[in-house]
Design a protein around this ligand. Structure first.
Ligand SMILES: [Zn+2]
Length: 379
């Protein structure tokens, strides 16, 4: 990738290395991982790698979650950036993290403040261009209490057969459309989106499945929180996502209940820019068991303020269709067929639009949001 605007890191300096923002983004997990590690090492970060023993990449490569830590070991404030909760959405978070590193972000951290960059928390999904983990789990629905009864999603149960058809062809598309249209007639388009995407615990072969136990990435992030963030008093988490909202716009979504103290804190940091699924102000359906819930659970003595940044790509029906197609392909289709290759190319584009503009928009909003988070952490 070439071209795109260049930015000069370390604002205020007259001269500095030019950073091409589009070149901070990668076309594959295999490209992103060494790029992230090199950028983190160059910025003086302490790197740690966590091997996922349960999966390999499409070329047989080992899959790692990598972390890079900056700042004093006993920093009171910690900024946490997370890329790849939804696998294929990791192209976005990886690019934003690498841009922050190359733009000199670590050197500009305020006093008593460190940062922890988490790269490819779901490396399987990133490597295979999927939202899910190696066990078909939506990581952002997996952080429920698995000892308790799971939330019921009656809407999903009603349309489950249409969500995952036996075949992927014109006839099955028409049959699915009839079921979805009928559901939307009664419950509205947003109701249909909620039935499909809010999470379900009844169909392990379906989409947005939350799992029946903590998956590898769930256990890894909890261990990382305990080891890397135990000394922090204030933790600000930004989790990068894509697929909902206007093209290139980064919606700041607070997934905690509006009555929670951390919600008020997030509102103070991010202002009216922040949206809330529970309050009906977000493009996202209300979801349960989100990954960022791990941080207050593992760090009970810290003040945790979490937000998801959700970058728009394409229209919701097209995005959900890509997710369903990918799910069908991995369970019933042929990855090496022309149809299989087209489905893989489509899901990547839906969550990581090609071209420089979208990537530049991602960075601008990430830079702004990181600035707000650092102000909030130290204010
Ligand atoms: Zn996501």
């Amino acid at each position: 990738m070439t071209g795109g605007s260049c930015y000069i890191p370390n604002k205020g300096r007259k001269q500095g290395p030019m950073v091409s923002i589009p070149e901070c983004f990668s076309e594959s997990y295999a490209e992103a991982r060494p790029k992230f590690c090199a950028a983190a090492a160059a910025a003086g970060g302490a790197l740690r790698s966590w091997l996922n023993p349960k999966a390999r990449g499409p070329n047989g490569e080992a899959l790692f979650l990598d972390t890079a830590r900056f700042g004093p070991a006993d920093a009171e404030n910690m900024l946490v950036l997370i890329a790849g909760t939804h696998g294929v959405e990791g192209h976005c978070g990886s690019g934003a993290e690498i841009a922050w590193l190359r733009m000199g972000g670590p050197a500009r951290l305020p006093q008593d403040t460190g940062s922890l960059l988490i790269h490819a928390i779901n490396p399987y999904g990133f490597a295979w261009s999927r939202r899910v983990t190696e066990d078909n789990v939506d990581l952002n629905r997996n952080f429920v209490d698995h000892d308790k009864a799971y939330p019921i999603n009656a809407g999903y149960e009603e349309i489950a057969a249409a969500v995952v058809p036996q075949q992927w062809d014109d006839a099955s598309h028409a049959a699915t459309a009839r079921v979805f249209d009928a559901y939307a007639q009664t419950h509205g388009a947003y109701g249909l989106q909620g039935a499909i995407s809010s999470g379900q615990y009844t169909h392990p072969d379906g989409v947005f499945f939350g799992g029946h136990k903590p998956t590898w990435s769930n256990r890894a992030i909890r261990a990382i929180a305990r080891t890397e963030l135990c000394a922090a008093r204030r933790v600000g988490v930004i989790d990068f996502h894509t697929g909902l909202g206007p093209f290139g716009h980064g919606e700041l979504i607070c997934a905690v209940a509006p009555s929670a103290k951390s919600f008020a804190r997030a509102r103070a940091w991010y202002g009216d820019e922040m949206t809330s699924p529970e309050s009906g102000t977000s493009t996202s359906a209300v979801v349960v068991g989100v990954m960022t819930d791990a941080f207050p659970q593992e760090l009970p003595d810290a003040e945790v303020t979490s937000v998801a940044i959700e970058y728009g790509t394409y229209a919701v029906p097209d995005v959900l269709n890509a997710v369903r197609a990918d799910n069908w392909l991995h369970q019933k289709g042929d990855m090496s067929s022309a149809q299989g290759k087209a489905i893989k190319a489509d899901i990547k584009e839906r969550f990581f639009p090609s071209g420089d503009k979208w990537r530049e928009m991602v960075w601008q909003r990430a830079d702004q949001t990181i600035g707000w988070a650092l102000k909030g952490l130290t204010g």
